[in-house]
Design a protein around this ligand. Structure first.
Ligand code: DQA
Length: 146
């Protein structure tokens, strides 16, 4: 069974409460539960992680990244400036998909640049939960795993 990491960055622990008009009313636990249900159907194993700390996100990727078959990552605001997070993804040589709940091109200009996308296979933004679900279905179809 392919093993996929699902990583959420800063402030995503506040989903449901945080700017619901932008990010929706679903909590991160609810989002992860729905993703977990989809993963069972698709026969994919998921490991979830969220942190507000850049260092913890990097440590998690370093620890888990070599063993996993893929990474679905919503880096939150680190998307726009964390070269260290980008380097961590490149360092463990894992296939990654960057996801966002909101459509960054419909928002402020500073959100319209990702320093992470260049080390990812692709990028999904603007579909809320479905950004994650589409990334998962990509990995379910393409990752071998055992
Ligand atoms: C976000 C978009 C980022 O610009 C923002 O900082 C977030 C959430 C999204 O999922 O739409 O925290 O990554």
């Amino acid at each position: 069974m392919p093993k996929i990491l699902v990583v959420n960055g800063p402030n995503l622990n506040l989903l449901g409460k945080r700017e619901p008009e932008v990010y929706g009313t679903q909590s991160l636990d609810e989002l992860n539960r729905s993703l977990g249900d989809l993963a069972s159907e698709l026969k994919v194993e998921l490991k979830f992680f969220q942190s507000n700390s850049e260092a913890e996100l990097i440590d998690f990727i370093q620890t888990e990244g070599f063993e996993a078959d893929g990474l679905i990552i919503n880096p939150g605001a680190f998307t726009h400036y964390s070269y260290a997070l980008r380097d961590a993804i490149a360092a463990v040589d894992i296939e990654a998909v960057e996801v966002h709940l909101s459509n960054l091109y419909a928002r402020e200009e500073f959100r319209q640049k990702s320093v992470i996308a260049g080390v990812c296979t692709g990028y999904l933004a603007g579909f809320g939960f479905y950004s994650y679900a589409m990334a998962l279905s990509y990995f379910a179809d393409t990752s071998g795993g055992e």
